[in-house]
Ligand binder design. Structure first.
Ligand code: FAD
Length: 499
């Protein structure tokens, strides 16, 4: 039963917003989702042209259990998640390659042949190490309310070394495998939160456990099927979703949320508000100046962002049987690549290039005899040191040249193409500076510094999405919506009483 007559408003129909809507509506609350764009999904989006179809944002889906939980055990009624095998095909500049497999024994054999028996054994030890981090930190940093120093301090002393917060990811990886190629492969998981393996704390090796042991999943029909499924579930539960409906301001009186003002000036009163918008943008643009402390705004807007991306959606003529669904073409100097991104603030001169081809799995995503390539290069977030308006065309040529050097020269075979720069990502999704995963995870305190799901200074305001706890990535923002909804539900009786 709703505890007040007023609806709960969710600003933004990204995955975090929709996840919160599902949780609140399941608990009997009246929920209205207001989305500025014409369609739901936020960073999860799709594009169609000339018989091709691409997902434009996320492409690798892990943590299947999070989706099972969201659909309360009825996932199969909404989504068909198929395992991706191999997880990813890795290519190196010297012409060697290997397939990463979720099956432990099979993968050990792959690595024994690709590297050597010692590194294959080291890989197994690394997997056990990453799993232990997941087991110890999952409850504190991922699956429950935001971490507090008190809860972190209650981690048994004997477990602390296993959490490994003092080394970098790369520092830890070096202690397990000697092959520079395998170090590059394992370090790559830092990019799943937009970080550098040479800066991010070793605790983030947990990401490798999630993928290499938990597997990668692909929703039949494309990644956007997840957004559609969330929308369907929410609407079945009675959630009202209004698209093309931008919120201009979160209304606040006496330190408490009273509702929202829309771009057209109309107002909607609300019992509470969940913002599925970048938290820094909420403080900087959506909350009335009088309701927030300038110091808090400055703190949020000056945080170092995670990396952004340069994307080519290519409708390619011809088929490439040696490519898999997910492919990585590594750079020759990984450290330099991350220095370019995080220290020099420029897109890497020698980038690692990710190519995802969903038509390998869903044949109808490209016309007969063609493939739909989603090409992604990690870049800095929008930064004065690089002007995408004048340099995107040259960088596109550069990326295509690097692929050609790898033996995949598609320059004469592109039937249709769309280029997305970090500036486009910022414009299309509202991501601050186009950062894919909110604030950077490059330092050991980032998980503790991440904005809380319950606003500290405005009662009745909550946050869900990649810039709040537990962080970015599709499963994580799904969890974030759950945490925000649980907090709101716990507070609601008190708010209803105050009137
Ligand atoms: C290129 C790219 C690749 C990625 N790859 C992966 C991957 O492989 N795997 C993975 O798990 N994750 C990946 N991610 C990250 C993942 O997509 C995000 O973490 C996640 O989708 C963000 O969800 P969110 O809930 O934070 O909402 P967002 O997607 O940020 O959506 C927020 C919504 O709020 C709306 N909004 C903003 N302001 C207003 C307003 N004032 N009024 C109304 N509506 C408003 C926006 O229009 C938007 O729809 C990738 C992201 C990108 C961009």
């Amino acid at each position: 039963m709703p505890l007040t007559n007023l609806p709960i408003i969710i600003i933004g129909a990204g995955i975090g917003g929709l996840s919160a809507a599902i949780r609140l509506a399941s608990a009997g609350q009246r929920v209205i989702v207001l989305e500025a764009n014409a369609a739901v999904g936020g960073k999860m989006s799709e594009v169609r042209a000339e018989g091709f179809r691409w997902d434009t944002g996320p492409s690798v889906i892990t943590m299947r259990h999070v989706f099972d939980d969201t659909f309360a055990g009825r996932l199969a009624d909404y989504l068909t998640l198929v395992p991706v095998d191999p997880l990813t095909r890795y290519f190196y500049p010297d012409g060697t390659r290997f397939d990463a497999l979720a099956n432990r024994e099979a993968m050990t054999e792959v690595l024994r042949q690709f590297a050597n028996a010692d590194d294959a054994a080291g890989y197994l030890k690394y997997l056990d190490y990453a799993k232990r981090i997941h087991d110890i930190t999952g409850g504190v940093f991922i699956y429950n309310d935001p971490p507090t120093l008190w809860r972190v301090a209650r981690t048994p002393l004997r477990d602390m070394p296993a959490v490994d917060p003092l080394r970098t990811m790369h520092g830890a990886i070096q202690s397990f495998v000697k092959s520079p190629k395998l170090r590059q492969f394992l370090g790559r998981f830092a990019t799943y939160v937009g970080a550098s393996p040479y800066l991010a704390p070793a605790t983030l090796n947990v990401i490798a456990d999630v993928e290499l042991s938990g597997g990668v999943w692909y929703p039949q029909g494309g990644i956007y099927a997840i957004a559609r499924a969330f929308q369907r579930r929410a609407e079945e539960l009675g959630v009202e979703i209004r698209t093309r409906c931008a919120v201009r301001q979160i209304d606040v009186r006496d330190g408490a949320v009273t509702g929202v003002t829309l771009a057209d000036g109309s107002q909607i009163a609300a019992a509470a508000v969940i913002a599925n918008v970048d938290v820094a943008t909420v403080y900087d643009k959506l909350l009335p100046r009088a309701a927030v402390k300038p110091r808090r705004v400055a703190q949020l807007t000056s945080a170092e962002p995670s990396c952004s991306g340069f994307i080519l959606l290519l409708g390619v003529e011809g088929e490439h049987p040696k490519l898999a669904h997910h492919n990585i073409f590594f750079s020759s100097d990984y450290r330099r690549e991350f220095d370019d991104i995080f220290a020099r603030g420029v897109p890497p001169d020698d980038p690692t290039i990710y190519v995802s081809i969903t038509s390998k799995t869903d044949r109808d995503h490209a016309p007969e005899g063609c493939e739909n390539w989603f090409v992604l290069v990690n870049t800095p977030a929008v930064d004065a040191r690089f002007d995408w308006a004048t340099q995107a065309a040259a960088y596109r040529v550069h990326v295509l040249e690097r692929l050609a050097a790898y033996g995949y020269d598609v320059r004469g075979k592109i039937r249709v193409e769309k280029v997305l720069t970090p500036v486009d990502i910022a414009g299309l999704t509202g991501a601050r500076r186009g950062a894919l995963y909110g604030a950077s995870s490059n330092d050991k305190f980032s998980a503790l510094r991440r904005p809380h799901n319950r606003a500290r200074d405005v009662r009745g305001l909550y946050f869900a999405g990649g810039t709040t706890h537990p962080g970015g990535g599709v499963p994580m923002v799904t969890l974030s919506g759950k945490v925000a909804a649980q907090m709101l539900l716990a507070d609601l009786p008190d708010r209803a009483q105050r009137g």
